[in-house]
Design a protein around this ligand. Structure first.
Ligand code: HBI
Ligand code: FE
Length: 296
């Protein structure tokens, strides 16, 4: 059994004490995965794909198939890297788990996506405290085959390196953008709303909740609104932001963020469940089941 890596240190952040792993990359120990590891992958893969037809955006499912991901076995990073190399030039690198922010940004800025090498245990199927192989590989990697989204991810990494030099408030603004797009973003297709966020597509409950529940707000994407908005790390999101296409997301985030950070510094953060007068409201949530405290 591929044991979970030893945690090398912990970082005190505004989200509490989080484990921070070594910053190095590791080879995927594919031969060490056990039948249990492969069965966890197969169970999650089959369950999610059954849910995601009609819920995930077209690009997600098409690229998952195109790169040859299946339920049979945990995919080999080397095989997926061959598909990525000939489409968008992205590369999967194995890591122990969460990386220091700057290290993470530097990988993205160089078209490297860090994927945790170990997969959750059978008893952790539905909840995990940190990203594992299934979240990273199943959730994040297929869209790295989509050229415009691949460009967005690299631009995000470059922005992260710059934000890291500016200071913690800029980093907070930028992390919110990552959270409400890369992790929990929704996209409008001709045939309706679909999911593109990795945190949603890798979660059984949130794949349904994000599109079909009356509880959350669904609001049209606006860059500065998103960068001001707090989010949830322990429950479903209270608000989902909707883009009209990956081109819109890329265009919206093309300008230099420095003046935006300066403008946002004078504005209060927006609580996760709030609706503002200028919002393009697709659904004003009922708020049913919302936890009162805990926005970060
Ligand atoms: N490290 N391996 C890994 N994966 C992530 O998604 C990740 C990270 N470190 C920091 C981080 N994400 C977030 O804080 C980003 O918003 C930077
Ligand atoms: Fe993620």
């Amino acid at each position: 059994m591929a044991a979970n890596p030893k945690r090398v240190e912990h970082q005190v952040t505004d989200k509490g004490v989080v484990p921070v792993y070594a910053t190095g990359t590791v080879e995927q120990p594919w031969d060490d995965y056990t039948e249990t590891d492969h069965r966890v992958w197969a169970t999650l893969f089959e369950r999610q794909n059954a849910l995601l037809v009609g819920r995930a955006c077209d690009e997600f499912l098409a690229n998952q198939a195109r790169m040859g991901m299946s339920a049979d076995r945990i995919p080999k990073f080397s095989e997926l890297n061959a598909a990525l190399a000939e489409t968008t030039g992205w590369e999967i690198v194995g890591v122990e788990g969460l990386l220091p922010e700057l290290t993470f940004f530097e990988h993205l800025a160089n078209r490297r996506f860090p994927v945790t090498w170990w997969i959750r245990k059978p008893e952790e199927l539905d909840y995990l405290s940190e990203p594992d192989l299934f979240h990273d590989l199943f959730g994040h990697v297929p869209l790295l085959m989509e050229p415009v989204f691949a460009d967005y991810m690299q631009a995000y990494g470059r922005g992260g390196v710059k934000a890291h030099a500016i200071g913690p408030d800029a980093l907070t603004n930028l992390t919110r953008l990552y959270w409400y797009t890369v992790e929990f973003g929704l996209i409008r297709q001709a045939d309706g709303l679909r999911i593109y966020g990795a945190g949603i597509v890798s979660s059984k409950g949130e794949s349904i909740h994000s599109l079909e529940s009356a509880a959350p707000n669904r609001i049209g994407f606006d860059l500065e609104r998103v960068m001001r908005t707090q989010y949830r790390i322990d429950t479903y999101q209270k608000t989902y932001f909707v883009i009209d296409g990956f081109e819109q997301l890329m265009a919206a985030t093309a300008p230099d963020f420095t003046p935006i950070y300066a403008r946002l510094a004078d504005q209060p953060a927006v609580p996760a469940g709030e609706v503002l007068p200028g919002d393009r409201v697709l659904q004003r949530g009922s708020g049913e089941g919302w936890a009162s405290g805990g926005d970060v």
